[in-house]
Design a protein around this ligand. Structure first.
Ligand code: PLP
Length: 406
């Protein structure tokens, strides 16, 4: 038989969401009548705006006609779409936009650009794919940058080693924390000083509701040191349709002086045959003024869910971050194990959450709650949270009042 890729052998524990599914199925096997509510996996639930589905329908219908049929498209994306996307980025040209089948796929493919000795820095906790992709592509050294309560969940980027790839997820999944302009400017400065490259994942940028930057290119000098990946998955509900893009500025060069964009063009044209043309028609509608307005209303519904959950947690005396500029809440349970909390809520409150430790060791003692559910389910989940935690909080208050009385 053939040899196994030894890079795969290093993953002992199963991938976070597979483990969650395993535990959920075990509970349902022992308690089939349980009606579980998911505050777990970060998938969207609201229907996509009609203006987007109608654009895709029109494109799909035209494919059945002699005039409207299209085969392979441009490998880097429809030129009109690339132009439209570039309008959203200060100083970026359409030929620096590479339309893809989503961010996760691009996060994997981007790894091919860098040799195995390139050190990697990732926020801890963060989206697990940065670490997994780095290991799968043989990277030898990963520095974890702790995002802790004591540093307001903003890591110390000065820990980044010379010549590193720095992954930044902003707003961060799972903490939901968005970095300010000053914080991002300091990362760009560090990247320049340390001859490093930022891979900036803006999957949740459309949820930012204050003046924090939505793109790394809002920061002066970022074009020389940052690649940005973007996705319509959470912006417009394209998790199943699949459409994203990566911005690769021409200024970025490797240590040997060669332009990175040329190698990226080689990788994309060798391993990818272009995003679905139907999805690209949907993307064009998403980026129109009316599409953006409809998507903002969609995102606001999820943010309202987050507000509801946050209020329920607060009433139980629990503290959380996130939920204001991202559809995730990161809830603190000091001193307790994330998986133990996950099991407790699954078994006793019939809620599926995501253990913070699944996003990195600094996520231990936290749970991530996703606001991507339907409003009725979120309301029900909020009441389950209260029924579960309020009696505990009541007991704690009773204990402390007895102590005071004594
Ligand atoms: N980046 C982050 C931070 C995510 O949380 C996700 C999905 O959950 C992705 C990327 C994946 O995006 P896509 O659906 O475009 O592959």
């Amino acid at each position: 038989m053939v040899n196994r890729n030894d890079k795969l052998a290093q993953f002992q524990a199963s991938y976070l969401f597979l483990e969650i599914t395993k535990r959920k199925e075990a509970l349902l096997a022992s308690c089939p009548e349980a009606k579980l509510i998911s505050l777990g996996i970060g998938d969207t639930t609201e229907p996509i705006p009609a203006i987007i589905s109608e654009a895709m329908e029109r494109f799909a219908s035209a494919l059945a006609t002699k005039r409207g049929y299209r085969g392979y498209g441009e490998p880097f994306g429809d030129p009109a779409l690339r132009e439209k996307i570039a309008e959203n980025y200060p100083g970026i040209e359409p030929d620096e936009i590479f339309v893809s089948d989503g961010s996760k796929c691009d996060i994997g493919r981007l790894q091919l650009l860098f040799d195995e000795m390139t050190p990697v820095a990732v926020q801890d906790p963060s989206y697990p794919v940065y670490e997994i992709a780095s290991l799968l592509y043989g990277k030898k050294e990963i520095t974890f940058l702790p995002c802790l309560e004591e540093n307001d969940f903003v890591p110390d980027f000065s820990l980044v080693k010379e010549g590193s790839l720095i992954y930044i997820c902003n707003p961060n999944n799972p903490t939901g924390v968005a970095l300010t302009k000053e914080q991002l400017s300091s990362v760009v400065k560090i990247a320049k000083e340390r001859s490093s490259l930022i891979i900036y994942d803006s999957a949740y940028a459309s949820y930012i509701r204050d003046n924090c930057p939505r793109s790394i290119y809002e920061i002066e000098g970022a074009k020389e040191v940052a690649i940005e990946t973007a996705s319509l998955s959470k912006m417009a509900g394209f998790t199943g349709i699949r459409l994203g893009w990566t911005v690769v500025p021409k200024e970025i060069c490797f240590k040997d002086g060669s332009p990175l964009i040329k190698d990226w063009e080689r990788i994309v044209s060798s391993l990818f045959n272009g995003a679905s043309n139907i999805a690209q028609a949907g993307a064009a509608a998403t980026l129109s003024a009316a599409g953006q307005k409809a998507c903002r209303a969609l995102q606001d519904r999820y943010l309202q869910n987050a507000t509801l959950l946050k209020a329920a947690l607060k009433s139980c005396g629990l503290t959380s971050v996130g939920g204001e500029h991202a559809p995730y809440l990161f809830v603190s349970f000091k001193g307790r194990s994330s998986w133990e909390l996950f099991d407790e809520l699954l078994e006793k409150a019939h809620l599926i959450t995501t253990p913070g430790v699944g996003f990195g060791v600094s996520g231990e003692s936290y749970l991530r709650l996703s606001a991507f559910g339907k409003k009725e389910e979120i309301e029900e989940a909020a009441s389950h949270l209260k029924s579960h935690f309020l009696p505990l909080e009541f007991q704690r208050l009773k204990r402390s009042s007895i102590l005071i009385e004594n």
